[in-house]
Design a protein. Structure first.
Lengths: 241, 666
């Protein structure tokens, strides 16, 4: 099942952070890889029949538009990413061993949302600690930036409309990156801004992937350009194409 | 109260020419553009407020300029240490953009806080080129080298004949005296080891092999103590060191090896046991103490009640202070045709280090420099200053000796503290980089490239000991210091860190100063333990100092090249020195070269990338453009032979544990 939109409700309990959602629209992901497509879930038989019908109609419409490619590339990428992550976690009851079987190569475009989705599931559903979850995400994913950089920056509001927790996690990743940049260049806001994932309310997914992936393959121009600050912070993760 | 939500958008960085042009200190009357960024257009009105001493304040309206606010300012006609900040009017009210993070970056505040520094120095201020290119070797003359003649023992006999108490150490390897030896129960430095001018002269080849260009001698004039900071006769060399001919021979032999001699001028006070004061009647002169108003020197001193109540340096009765504005003193010491300052230059010296320069009036310092230049146009005047020389405040006023009218340069004790703090793990490379950039920005350029960058001296514990023990010896009394033993493990650590300290010292702008015996691994706490006879310790670094000294001597960029500082890792400091276009920073002919020094203090190797194209590391925009145009693509370490590649200003290097790389980039 892949959920779209809605509102996330966060509650800190003795077990940690409990996240619940309301107002989401669900579709079922069927098939694998490029053949993956959406279907409406089975209608619920109990309760308000009219409301159930309306919800099913929304799900059906979403599934049809997804299959027809009528939604934004980010929505399609999110659908695919969420489906793949769900399947990977279902197939690996011991999520700590996920990197052994689940490997993803990214290009730094919209598909990079899989990084945040995997992180979210590890944190919220598997109850992994932050550092552990980030390490697993990094080990599962590599980034290979093509000569033509994919995609433009993505408005954070668009991410939040798909999965509000993903948007929140991107914000946290950005904050942590900025604090590392601050350590290296305290007070140098211009440089910190240039190296950040989120700027002016938009997320740079290539930068996001470069921050999270354990291995980054890119051109000299990328290293000397947009990834310069990150490269000087952690050169060991980067390799030239 | 500090306001933070707008901080990322409203910034000022004095190390960027976008905000501060030209970069660094400026000459009097120079035009200057100061600006800050306003990334979200929050600012409705802005004012540049410049303040200085004696109530000086000037406010200038700023204008918006492509996302920034800027104002032009003409530096005053008189040298000054100034501070500036920005007064902003926003929708929400008035805010101040003030200095933070060591004065490097801006911080929004609801009230006016600390300003950014702006140093204005005298137009035309220059320092001798030979000095900027030199490495220095400091010698405490009694403790460096004996010679086989009877010079020292003859001198000791003469001191004794004068009635003085003298102890002569027969053995060069005897420990220095530190126990109380006076009737009052104080330690007085009366023990001599018998180092001589001839001894130094015979060691000149060794000193030259270190790449040294100038020897700084602690006082050599006739005096009662072994340190000779209590001058007895300004005109005569101490007989224990040798004769005038010996001194002149030393200068001549040194010159033949391209080495100059700098002397230590102790002019704020004399010895009580001197021709001038003659408290102990050891001289035949009419001194101020023994002859009172009959003495030609009486007016030099301030007697509250003659003869025994007089003003003295730090209340030491053996060091009566002089009145520097007394015409007789001024004539004899500074301005006369055969003044002390001129005479010793005539005898072969090339400059003066001025003891306690803080305690000499600015106009006296200026006269000393003028007098020295009159006698020898390329002579150097170096002041003993322990703090930031530009902002130094002493005896109720801001000192201006670093602003082009008085001193050529100063002892850079803040450099010593910053380097030792880094290598003792009290700070990190980011802090050291910030300090180095701040000196680059705040010292007048001619002085900055002539700063005496020392790690040890006769007044502080030796670098080896400070790095080995990580102790502050000032917290120990003399007995504790005498009994302290630097363990073998500590010495090993000290040696490893001293290698790194020396590499920093020899690659930053300024004149690296090696205190005798540092290169041979001598240990020593504070005075008198830091003045032991020259010897070789367990872990000498002579070859290391020789390598660094020669590298600096053979490559103009390492002495007079532009400088930039980086800290790509908290444990690694990188220093870039470069000359492009065949001219150094002062427009003098110099050989092109680009060098990158990387110093890793960690016990593990560090893989890192140094970004040479950062725009706020100390280079001007023009220097950075020249560096980009030179576009180095490879480098070879002149110490290890290791090669690296450079791509678009990014140098990927591995620095081994506790080691140094010095790459020549091309």
């Amino acid at each position: 099942m892949v959920y779209f939109g809605g509102t996330a409700h966060e509650l800190w309990t003795e077990r940690g952070l409990e996240v619940t959602y309301s107002g989401r629209t669900a579709v079922v992901a069927e098939g694998e890889g490029r053949e993956i497509h959406a279907e409406a879930p089975e209608p619920r038989r109990a309760g308000d029949v009219k409301a159930g019908y309306n919800e099913l109609a929304r799900c059906l419409e979403l599934a049809i538009r997804l299959n027809a490619g009528a939604l934004s590339p980010l929505s399609s990428a999110y659908f695919r990413a969420s489906a793949e992550v769900s399947r990977a976690i279902e197939d690996n009851p011991d999520w700590r061993r996920l990197p052994a079987t689940f490997r993803v190569q990214l290009e730094g475009g919209a598909e990079s949302i899989i990084l945040v989705e995997l992180l979210r599931r590890l944190l919220d559903d598997c109850r992994a600690a932050w550092d552990e979850a980030v390490a697993i995400v990094g080990d599962c994913c590599t980034l290979r930036i093509p000569r033509m950089r994919p995609g433009a920056p993505v408005p954070m509001a668009a991410v939040a409309a798909l999965q509000p927790r993903d948007a929140k996690l991107i914000g946290v990743i950005n904050d942590r990156l900025c604090s590392r940049l601050w350590q290296a260049w305290p007070g140098d806001w211009l440089r910190i801004g240039e190296g950040a994932v989120v700027r002016d309310g938009e997320a740079d997914f290539t930068m996001l992937a470069a921050v999270l992936c354990s291995r980054v393959y890119c051109t000299k121009e990328e290293l000397a350009g947009p990834l310069r600050a990150l490269y000087t912070l952690e050169p060991a993760r980067f390799a030239e194409l | 109260m500090i306001v933070s939500e707008l901080t990322p958008f409203i910034t000022h960085d004095p190390a960027r020419e976008r905000f501060h042009s030209p970069l660094g200190a400026v000459e009097t009357g120079a035009a200057l553009r100061l600006a800050f960024s306003d990334g979200r257009s929050d600012v409705k009105r802005a004012e540049l407020v410049i303040a200085g001493d004696d109530g000086f304040e000037q406010a200038l309206d700023m204008r918006p300029e492509g996302g920034d606010w800027a104002a032009e300012f003409t530096a005053p006609d008189e040298p000054a240490a100034l501070w500036y900040s920005f007064r902003l009017t926003l929708e929400s009210g008035e805010l101040w953009l003030c200095a933070a993070y060591g004065g490097r970056f801006g911080q929004l505040m609801s009230t006016r806080g600390e300003g950014f520094r702006l140093t204005v120095y005298r137009r035309g201020f220059s320092t001798p080129e030979w000095f900027r290119r030199s490495a220095m070797y400091q010698i405490f003359p009694d403790r460096f080298a004996r010679d086989p003649s009877s010079t020292a023992t003859d001198g000791v006999r003469r001191h004794i004949a004068m009635g003085r108490q003298v102890k002569y150490h027969e053995g060069w390897d005897e420990p220095v005296d530190w126990q109380p030896n006076s009737a009052e129960g104080f330690y007085f430095p009366l023990d001599f080891f018998g180092g001589t001018f001839k001894g130094i002269e015979q060691s000149l080849d060794y000193i030259a092999s270190l790449g040294i260009g100038v020897i700084y001698l602690n006082p050599i004039v006739e005096a009662r103590s072994n340190h000779r900071y209590d001058a007895g006769d300004y005109m005569q060399p101490d007989q224990i060191l040798g004769s005038l001919e010996d001194f002149e021979s030393l200068c001549k032999s040194a010159a033949e090896r391209g080495i100059r001699i700098m002397l230590d001028g102790v002019f704020s006070h004399t010895g009580a046991d001197s021709i001038y004061f003659n408290r102990d009647n050891h001289y035949r002169s009419d001194g101020a103490y023994n002859a009172g108003t009959r003495s030609p020197f009486y007016s030099w001193y301030d007697f509250r009640k003659w003869p025994s109540d007089y003003r003295c340096w730090w209340n030491f009765p053996d060091l009566p202070e002089v009145n520097e504005h007394d015409p007789g003193w001024e004539r004899l010491v500074i301005t006369g045709g055969d003044s002390v300052v001129k005479t010793w230059l005539r005898r072969g010296a090339s400059g003066w280090r001025l003891d306690v320069a803080d305690e000499l009036p600015d106009d006296t310092l200026a006269k000393i420099r003028a007098s020295a230049r009159e006698e020898k146009p390329d002579s150097v005047i170096l002041g003993e200053v322990w703090e930031d020389a530009v902002t130094k405040f002493s005896y109720g006023s801001r000192r201006k000796y670093a602003l082009g009218d008085a001193l050529d340069t100063v002892m850079n004790y803040p450099f010593r503290s910053a380097v030792l703090d880094f290598l003792c793990w009290r700070t990190d490379a980011w802090a050291l980089k910030g300090f180095l950039i701040s000196q680059r920005l705040n010292y007048p350029q001619p002085m900055y490239f002539a700063l005496m960058n020392l790690l040890s001296s006769h007044d502080v514990e030796r670098a080896r000991t400070a790095l080995a023990t990580r102790l502050d010896a000032r917290g120990m009394n003399r007995e504790q210091q005498a009994r302290f033993i630097v363990s073998d493990a500590q010495d090993a650590r000290g040696a490893a860190m001293q290698r790194l300290a020396a590499a920093i010292q020899f690659t930053v702008p300024g004149v690296p100063s090696v205190y005798y015996g540092d290169e041979t691994g001598m240990n020593g706490m504070l005075d008198p333990f830091n003045r032991a006879p020259f010897t070789t310790g367990a872990r000498p670094l002579v070859d290391w100092y020789r390598t660094l000294g020669r590298a600096r001597r053979d490559n103009d960029a390492l002495s007079v090249g532009s400088a930039a500082f980086y800290s790509p890792n908290p444990d690694v400091l990188c220093i870039l020195r470069c000359i492009t276009g065949g001219r150094d920073i002062f427009g003098e002919r110099a050989e092109d070269g680009i060098f990158l020094c990387a110093v890793n203090r960690a016990a593990e190797p560090r893989d890192l990338v140094c970004d040479l194209w950062l725009d706020n590391t100390g280079l001007t925009a023009a220097e950075l453009e020249a560096l980009k145009a030179a576009n180095p693509t490879k480098g070879e370490c002149i110490l290890s032979g290791e090669r690296v590649s450079v791509a678009q200003g990014l140098v990927k290097i591995t620095v081994p544990a506790e080691d140094v790389r010095l790459y020549k980039l091309s």
